[in-house]
Write a protein that binds this ligand. Structure first.
Ligand code: ATP
Ligand code: MG
Length: 568
């Protein structure tokens, strides 16, 4: 800390190994006077998921922290899998998460420059056209313990290579007949350095460049140079690229271009969650879920529809930080951050998901009254609202037992409970249907207990919620559970698939929920706590008079318990 005075004022305290590296580079002026520049480089082949949120928070967050900028770069070198729909959704999701890029860039904008650089590498004797098939190239590559073998085409002359490469570009050869390879070292202990492929022939329509190109660069040949073109100083990516870093540097050094620096951090894995766009695409295509934004999907659009907030997701990402080894994070931790956020800001309302009729025999027939209720006890500025009360109410089926089990303190014959924001009531009698199910509970209420306290100071052990039947609105409620039954969805028997671990009960649709009337004016993405039940949000499938709610989360928070167990 004593050194702080000699350091530039605007360097904040490092918080993890990434910010330590950047702080040091800023201090030593590793990139001269260049500002910190980062990029977030999604491939537009699917929707963003919570793992991408982590990368976004790192890329944008660190640039922000050091007064730099971030580009949104589409890594669109794979024309067969990429689509404009994904480009659009990615932009919407990054903004929803709360970040704004400096520029939108596309690797495809650099196809011309990358091609020129490939010609340069050929001329310098550092790249050659290979006629081996993909299979043969694989066979020649060797293994971790054995060196690879040179391709018989490795020593073509520069002239021959130039001629063939230009003709590849001009479309003279069918797909897969030739590739351009970097000429590095077939005996390198790093397999990525054994003459990696730079270009492949692919007569495919690209979502931006159309049929302008029939050769496409490989990820490794495109990524570092794209970084360099954008003068990215710190190129953060996940750990599986660690072994690619020597190649990333090799291209930049051979070409003598801006020395962007790759730094790897741990990939986010979450229990009960599959974070692979390929798998998520499969769920969408096979209709395992209703779409990319199905509230059970770990996509940002899925979380959004489920009622998650960008603030909670950012807080979660800040808490998990970044490290140099991969691990797995409990889904309960993410849920904990979401509950915390919703607890602070969501309005409390009353809703009955599984209605049972309750009649107050001594309440005047036809009468009604308004109860004044606080919107959010956590937030006094949230104000109050009027909730209608009358002789007939709905309560949850679960809140009544004709024969109460031990320690059941809710309503049962002869027992008194508090109706939240209402009165004390005592159950007297029940009405049953032909099958013997209780369909109505008859109670008496104590008029002196209005607001929820009795003047004689007698206590009740339980408070239950209710909705006046005459004033209730009906709604559809979608109750979600985990999409998978196993903490590691990838844990399946040989020959099986992740689909074997699907939770058959991940969605339950309740069509007869009864809600307090104030909810009639709720609109899409409004978020509520239904008291004693959970957090809910309005689904875009809602239509006027036909509300649909998604359960974001139940109230119970098991994270504290997990943390305690881990500490013990
Ligand atoms: P997926 O395997 O889901 O397809 P990807 O890495 O192929 O992911 P990209 O679109 O290439 O997806 O990723 C864009 C950026 O997001 C990359 O920098 C990548 O490292 C990062 N990223 C992707 N998944 C995760 C994750 N689970 N945790 C952290 N960062 C991730
Ligand atoms: Mg990828």
């Amino acid at each position: 800390m004593t050194e702080a005075n000699t350091e530039p004022q605007d360097v904040p305290t490092p918080t993890n190994f990434l910010s330590e590296i950047i702080a040091e580079d800023v201090r030593t002026k590793k990139f001269g006077d260049a500002k910190v520049q980062t990029r977030f480089p999604p491939e537009p082949n699917g929707y963003l998921h919570i793992g991408h949120a982590k990368a976004i928070c790192i890329d944008f967050g660190l640039a922000d922290q050091y007064g730099g900028k971030t580009n949104l770069r589409f890594d669109d070198t794979n024309p067969e899998k990429e689509e404009q729909e994904y480009v659009d959704s990615i932009q919407a999701d990054v903004r929803w998460l709360g970040f704004e890029w400096d520029r939108v860039c596309y690797a495809s904008d650099y196809f011309g420059q990358l091609y020129q650089w490939a010609l340069e590498l050929i001329k310098a004797g550092n790249a050659y056209v290979d006629d081996l098939t993909a299979d043969e190239i694989r066979q020649h590559r060797g293994t971790l313990t054995e060196p690879g073998q040179d391709s018989p085409y490795r020593n073509r002359t520069v002239e021959e290579n130039l001629d063939l490469f230009v003709r590849m570009k001009n479309g003279e050869f069918p797909d897969g007949t030739r590739v351009l390879r970097a000429k590095i070292d077939m005996a390198s202990p790093n397999l990525n350095m054994r003459d990696p492929v730079m270009y492949r022939i692919l007569h495919a329509e690209h979502h931006r460049t159309g049929d302008e190109w029939c050769i496409y660069p490989m990820y490794d040949y495109a990524h570092g140079q794209s970084d360099s073109i954008e003068r990215v100083t710190h190129s953060m990516c996940t750990l599986e690229f660690t072994d690619h870093q020597p190649l990333y540097r090799w291209y930049i050094e051979q070409l003598g271009i801006f020395p962007s620096q790759q730094i790897e951090f741990d990939r986010l894995n979450i229990t009960y969650t599959m974070l692979s766009k390929r798998k998520l695409l499969q769920f969408v295509q096979e209709k395992v879920v209703r779409g990319w934004d199905d509230p059970r999907m770990p996509t940002l659009s899925g979380f959004r529809r489920r009622g998650f907030t960008p603030e909670a997701i950012r807080a979660f990402c800040a808490a998990i930080g970044a490290s140099r080894t991969n691990g797995t994070t409990d889904i309960e931790m993410l849920e904990h951050f979401q509950r915390d956020d919703l607890n602070r800001r969501s309005s409390r309302t009353m809703a009955v998901l599984h209605p049972l009729k309750l009649v107050l025999d001594n309440y005047p027939e036809g009468a009604e009254e308004m109860m004044e209720v606080a919107n959010n006890p956590e937030d006094p500025t949230a104000g109050t609202r009027q909730v209608p009360f009358s002789r007939e109410l709905y309560i949850e089926q679960d809140d009544f037992r004709e024969v109460p089990p031990p320690k059941y303190y809710r309503l049962s014959p002869g027992k008194e409970v508090r109706l939240r924001n209402g009165y004390f009531v005592t159950a007297k009698d029940v009405v049953k249907d032909a099958a013997g199910n209780v369909v109505q509970v008859h109670c008496t209420y104590d008029p002196a207990s209005r607001g929820g306290n009795s003047p004689d100071g007698r206590k009740v052990k339980s408070t239950i919620h209710w909705v006046s039947t005459a004033h209730a609105i009906s709604a559809e409620i979608r109750v979600y559970d985990k999409l998978f039954t196993k903490p590691d969805p990838g844990d399946f028997a040989e020959g099986g698939s992740v689909l074997d671990n699907l939770n058959p009960n991940s969605l339950e649709i309740l069509t007869d929920a009864k809600l307090e009337p104030s909810l009639a004016s709720a609109t899409c993405e409004d978020r509520f706590q239904f008291e004693r039940v959970g957090y809910f949000t309005v689904d875009p499938d809602s239509a006027p008079g036909n509300l649909v709610f998604n359960r974001t989360l139940p109230l119970k928070d098991s994270w504290a318990k997990i943390e305690k167990k881990a500490g013990a």
